[in-house]
Design a protein around this ligand. Structure first.
Ligand SMILES: Cc1cc2nc3c(=O)[nH]c(=O)nc-3n(C[C@H](O)[C@H](O)[C@H](O)COP(=O)(O)OP(=O)(O)OC[C@H]3O[C@@H](n4cnc5c(N)ncnc54)[C@H](O)[C@@H]3O)c2cc1C
Length: 509
């Protein structure tokens, strides 16, 4: 069922087996999976079905270093948001950020999980194979195309082979026609479920520990209307996104100074995003003309391609993994005249004649301790300490990006993919924006000295507190993160079934 904190009486205590906090793609996945398997689940969500700017304001942060993207009041995207909030990187609403996201689903690659000696702090403590069954089952349930079959399609294999000869690689992602909106996908199931109670308008403000300080016994919640609620459970899952997950752990510092999971002062550190640049152009070469149909972006749903330097080149030059996306820009009459006068060959796909490709350059950022979020002194309307975000880069990030661009430029020309033109706005970390892919603030590790959660996403030092979010990514190669968030959430859902026997119904005490 779906309820609201305002429907609860004063001083209500709720009790469930599992408490999931956050109703985005991660939280909805864990909560519905457990409820379908007979577990009594309470899902706490700060937002409500309708977007509310005063609730969204609880996400406000103070930037100490590089800022996130500028908001775009005139954007035709996200028209449902008030103009002054169009372009936000995180959304506080039932369904979370899935209310605004674009719907590109991408597997990480096996090499993304491996430690790279030239990238400090790289490597996941779990291999790609741990996630493969979850990627596959999610793709099936959500009705995506088969990315593995796509990788073996004849045209894709041919193009991949041709560019491999010049030290380039390419991978495919699936782009939905209508991006999955969690509230729509799971809304009916949640309303009907006997085992799942969603409480909207309930912002978790503190995790309460038992005397041992190893077990979370309950979650204190508050609403902007002043209603308070305590929710008790055996297992707690934080699915509040990379910023709010770290914030809640840091804020729960009454019993454990420094917050929960912060024994080694790593909580909130290693914050990375995917700085991106998208004002460049590619003028197509013969290979692009030959495979233009494979590079189409519309109509959706469809598989699309992105390019990078191959693994051997990255190793040889000690580079991070930066990725190029190419979006066709179709000819206008003036472009056609220009091309005809110069005797340039036609580049055509299923949608028309292409003048050039818009180049989006998305970068991997080195995970390092100084790039971090922490609690500041300013308070939000619920009296919670706001986050201060110190998003910063290293010299290695800058070197890696510059060298990658140089090599991509050479190799795209040599292999016949085309010629770049970045005009007077070449990619630079200073001018690039975030990609709304916050990662790494509670990184996964084998040992508590190296991270905040273990390989089951359990917060080190606790028995029953878990994280479902890109917060656990130890590194974030430059690809869309949400498929991996979903695969990790599925894996966590399965793991939690083994930690929670089926029990009697939810109770209100
Ligand atoms: C414009 C845009 C386009 C994007 N496009 C893509 C794309 O194409 N492909 C891709 O892979 N990724 C994309 N992303 C990123 C993607 O949206 C996120 O990775 C994903 O939605 C994160 O899901 P989540 O469940 O981890 O977090 P969220 O969806 O952010 O959910 C967190 C939930 O927790 C709630 N919450 C927060 N704090 C509290 C609290 N204290 N108490 C209770 N509830 C709380 C929030 O209200 C929210 O509902 C895009 C992002 C944006 C902004």
């Amino acid at each position: 069922m779906i309820t609201d904190i305002l429907q609860m009486g004063e001083n209500t205590n709720l009790r469930g087996q599992v408490i999931v906090i956050g109703s985005g793609i991660a939280g909805a996945e864990v909560a519905t999976h457990l409820a379908r398997h007979g577990r009594e689940v309470i899902l706490l969500e700060s937002g409500r079905a309708q977007f509310d700017p005063s609730i969204q304001a609880l996400n406000d942060v103070i930037f100490l270093g590089k800022r996130h993207r500028e908001l775009k009041p005139n954007s035709y995207y996200h028209q449902y948001l008030p103009p002054e909030l169009r372009g936000v990187s995180r959304v506080r609403q039932f369904g979370g950020t899935s209310n605004v996201w674009t719907g590109k689903w991408k597997y990480l690659q096996p090499s993304d999980f491996e430690a790279r000696p030239w990238v400090p702090n790289s490597g996941w403590p779990i291999p790609f194979t741990e996630l493969l069954e979850h990627y596959r089952s999610a793709a099936k349930d959500y009705g995506f195309g088969d990315l593995e079959a796509e990788a073996m399609r004849a045209e894709i294999v041919e193009l991949r082979t041709q560019i491999a000869a010049k030290g380039l690689k390419m991978t495919s992602f699936y782009w939905e026609e209508t991006p999955t909106r969690t509230a729509i996908r799971f809304g009916d199931e949640m309303r009907r479920s006997q085992n799942l109670q969603v409480v909207l308008g309930a912002t978790a403000t503190e995790l309460r520990l038992d005397e041992s300080c190893q077990r979370v016994t309950g979650v204190a919640c508050r609403s902007l209307e002043g209603r308070e609620l305590i929710v008790e459970g055996q297992v707690i899952v934080l699915a509040t996104g990379a910023f709010e997950t770290a914030r809640l752990l840091l804020s729960s510092d009454r019993q454990l100074p420094g917050g929960i999971g912060n024994q080694h002062n790593l909580l909130g550190r290693f914050y990375t995003d995917h700085p991106k640049h998208h004002t460049g152009k590619l003028y197509p070469g013969f290979l692009t003309r030959q495979y233009a149909h494979e590079l189409q972006y519309a109509p959706k749903p469809r598989f699309c391609i992105c390019f990078a330097l191959d693994d051997a080149t990255q190793q040889e030059h000690e580079l991070l993994e930066h990725v190029l996306y190419l979006q066709p820009i179709y000819e206008r009459i003036s472009d056609r005249l220009w091309r005809t006068l110069r005797g340039r060959p036609v580049c055509r796909d299923g949608n028309g004649t292409i003048a050039s490709y818009r180049v989006k350059f998305v970068t991997e950022q080195l995970p390092h301790k100084q790039s971090r979020i922490k609690l500041g002194t300013e308070r939000d309307p619920l009296g919670q300490r706001k986050l201060e975000v110190d998003w910063c880069f290293t010299d290695q990030d800058r070197r890696s990006m510059a060298k990658t661009l140089e090599l991509l430029t050479e190799r795209f020309e040599e292999v016949g993919l085309g010629t770049f033109d970045f005009g007077n706005d070449p990619p630079s970390l200073e001018t690039m924006t975030d990609a709304a892919h916050q990662m790494g603030t509670t990184r996964m590790a084998s040992h508590p000295e190296e991270g905040v959660v273990d390989t089951n996403c359990r917060v080190f030092g606790t028995d029953n507190l878990y994280v479902a979010s890109s917060a656990v990514f130890p590194t974030g190669p430059s690809y869309s993160p949400t498929f991996t968030i979903l695969a990790l959430a599925r894996r966590l859902g399965q793991h939690l079934l083994t930690r929670t026997p089926t029990t009697p119904k939810l109770s209100s005490v």
